[in-house]
Design a binder for this molecule. Structure first.
Ligand code: SF4
Length: 366
């Protein structure tokens, strides 16, 4: 059994719904927040009784955790410390949105162990923010970053979106430079996907979206610019200064155990995958849906290939007591010839061009 254990806590509230978002989240009142925090504490206690292992990472995500305000966030974390043992070196992240993040007291959060802040920025262009339906400004991002740093929390991540309607290479470059200028340690850069049920999906015929080729070029442009600024790519969409890779998110890709609490939260624990449905009542009733066994060879290959370091042959052999199937290495040769993958003799990994088509290639390889 792997010793790492992550805890994900989902906060399903947002001040308003962004046009592209299909996360489980919605508007709520202050008393809804109180009720949810109480429920979350009960579930934290319930899950803590299933293990005596120490948590190595805690991630409060959403939705918008920062809408809860400082006191409720501290209460949630105190419930975790009351119930679980937590490793001294644990990474403790809170996701914040700039408009509510700038109101938080980061010193309090630091006092309850928070050592990493992830900020939903998306763009440094005010027009693009409006198109996305975001309710913050670039100045809110700046203020939130400075406030977090002033409190001594230096490990800060910014989210960036690629392929926004009307986005240009110039505006994307400016957004990347803005992040770097703030001296953050980590940047996540996601290509916009139009998901069913979102505002963008309803209006998809009227959106000035970049086509697939332009999206691919934007991705490669961002990878190159980020690397030049010292943010090395360690996963399809994640970039960091050395030593500042997200430990919690990395554990999803290295098949470590994690417990997810909250509607829509997924878990991989004790060899099983399970999740809470996207439904508040189901969560309140503590109905977790079993999603079968996890951690088989195919999953290991798929998840490893999301990482820049790729599929490390020795790690596979150690975990499954057999070498990688020859057929996989044979099939990878054509992708290596196409410049989409590389094999350095000890691992197989995607190039940035390969990451753009990684889902199709992985399907073929496995
Ligand atoms: S703030 Fe985040 S979770 Fe909330 S609607 Fe916008 S994208 Fe979705």
């Amino acid at each position: 059994m792997n010793n790492k254990l992550g805890l994900y806590l989902h906060i399903p509230f947002c001040k308003s719904k962004c046009a592209y978002c299909d996360f489980f989240s919605g508007k709520a009142t202050q008393s809804d927040y109180d009720g949810y925090v109480g429920e979350l504490s009960d579930k934290i206690k319930y899950w803590s009784q299933k293990t005596d292992r120490a948590l190595t990472s805690i991630y409060i995500g959403g939705g918008t955790p920062s809408v809860l305000g400082t006191e409720r966030l501290c209460a949630v974390l105190n419930s975790v410390y009351d119930c679980f043992s937590v490793a001294d070196f644990a990474e403790v992240t809170v996701e914040v949105n700039p408009e509510s993040g700038k109101e938080l007291d980061f010193s309090w959060l630091k006092n309850v162990g928070v050592n990493r802040i992830s900020i939903g920025m998306q763009s440094a262009d005010e027009e693009e923010l409006k198109i996305l339906g975001r309710i913050h400004s670039t100045d809110d991002v700046r203020q939130t970053v400075f406030k977090a740093k002033d409190s001594g929390i230096d490990n800060i991540s910014l989210d960036l979106m690629l392929g926004i309607p009307l986005q240009t290479f110039d505006s994307l470059g400016q957004s990347v430079d803005f992040c770097a200028g703030l001296g953050v340690k980590h940047i996540s850069a996601y290509l916009l996907k139009i998901e069913e049920g979102t505002g963008f999906y309803k209006n998809r015929d009227r959106l000035a979206l970049p086509d697939e080729d332009a999206q691919a070029e934007m991705y490669l442009f961002a990878v190159d610019r980020l690397e030049r600024l010292g943010y090395y790519q360690y996963e399809v969409s994640n970039f960091a200064k050395r030593g500042f890779e997200s430990r919690h998110n990395s554990s999803y890709w290295t098949l470590d155990d994690y417990i997810g609490i909250g509607p829509s939260a997924h878990s991989f624990f004790g060899g099983r995958r399970f999740y809470y449905k996207r439904d508040m009542q189901g969560f309140f009733d503590n109905v977790a849906v079993d999603d079968g066994a996890g951690g088989d060879e195919k999953e290991f290959i798929m998840l490893s290939l999301r990482l820049k370091r790729g599929l490390v042959f020795d790690e596979f052999e150690k975990k499954y007591s057999k070498p990688l199937p020859d057929s996989l290495l044979k099939k990878s040769e054509k992708y290596i010839c196409m410049g989409l993958m590389k094999n350095n003799g000890s691992s197989l990994f995607f190039t940035p061009e390969g990451f753009l088509v990684s889902n199709t290639v992985i399907c073929d390889l496995t």
